[in-house]
Design a protein around this ligand. Sequence first.
Ligand code: PMV
Length: 319
Amino acid sequence: MSAHAFAHPNIALIKYWGKRDRQRNLPAVGSISITLSELGTQMRIRPDADLSADQLSVNGEARDSLLPRVSACLDRMAGASRLPARIESEANFPLAAGLASSASAFAALVVAANEAYQCDQPQQQLAQLAGAASGSAARSLYGGFVELDKGDTDIELQCLAPAGDWPLAVVVAITEAGPKPVSSGEAMEISRKTSPFYGRWLEQQPHDLDEARSAIEGRDFERLAAISEHSCLKMHSVMWGSRPPLIYWNSATVACMEAVREMQARGVGVFFTIDAGPQLKAVCLPEHSAEVEKSLTQVAGVIETRRCGLGEGARITSV
Ligand code: PMV
């Protein structure tokens, strides 16, 4: 049976960095994210008895190098004796560039596979399966503000507020469209083994999660801005303190941060967050999003901007 699913990427406000179990891909810390609208991955899975192995295309091109991770995810879902499948993934934004493309891809993959192989798994189980493939992907199963609790044995997901309840906007400033030099999985291991700040990062995460949860509950933008920027800069400090250092920013990333600071000084409701890549995401009040986008477009080195709202979780689609 052929199945189609669509999922949006998500960006973490309270970041996930580090794994406690590499085998099961379990995170060392919980995290809180927002699911974006507009950007997304459309996934199609067609099990086919005539195939001898899975086939994967991404944006119309065969991508055999990504196949082992995708096939392993399907095996975990439907068993290794499942039918091979044609898997077609189409994303409407740059891949592997710190824009959470693996999050939307694996969230869409597990939702489509659940239907295609008739696995009938509940959403919490789909989140485990997506998370086993890419830590942040579990969060894209849900819409709006999402918390991932690292749990004792398994991760647990919950929606803290649906997208429509606090409709923030996000302007993504793309400063480099190419893939990142070091994958986040590899980089997290380097940080865990070598960064002198890693232990403090783990210790402080419960406090940051509490603070963000309260800010979201109280719809307190300033409070959410302060703790989100702190979490982002702390994660990058862990990376910078690693050996070798993990520096994902470029000069345009820093110039975008300065532009956000300048807008904040003028009373614009905006804050930044940056993931394992040089793109800056400016989270803002919807009434300020046009001004934020205009300002970031003018920053030297910004190639393009994308304006999004908050979106829904991964879902089955008809095409
Ligand atoms: O899910 P991964 O393995 O691509 O790791 C994501 C890590 C960050 O994007 C940097 C932070 C996060 O919580 O999404």
